[in-house]
Write a new protein. Sequence first.
Length: 132
Amino acid sequence: MRHKVRKKRFGRTTNQRKALFRNLMVNLFIHERIETTVAKAKAIKSMAEKMVTLGKRGDLHAKRLALSYVPNRAAVAKLFQEIAPRFSDRNGGYLRIVKTRTRLKDQAPLAVLEFIDYEERRAEKKEEAKAE
């Protein structure tokens, strides 16, 4: 029996849903912060955290597994070289969801999905820019 196995489908077929999640994860890894609906943010948060855990492993098999989920070499390279080493001492909880506003057109609740150290890194970049 399939009791309580249902997940959010977002009104899409399986292939469209996988493509949506892949695009959201690619943009998350490249920009380190995205704004999307709350439901989509909750859906990809666990997938993205698993990718960061693979990045912490850092071996060839982990890279191939990450590329099977996120078929964008630039995003996976940034994940393994920049993002994952920042969380080497952390066991989980790499992302946070911050609810922001409702979209004007359809009143959908929006949220920002970002890495937990995003604000600190943003402040460091501003300080570096001022020093130059």
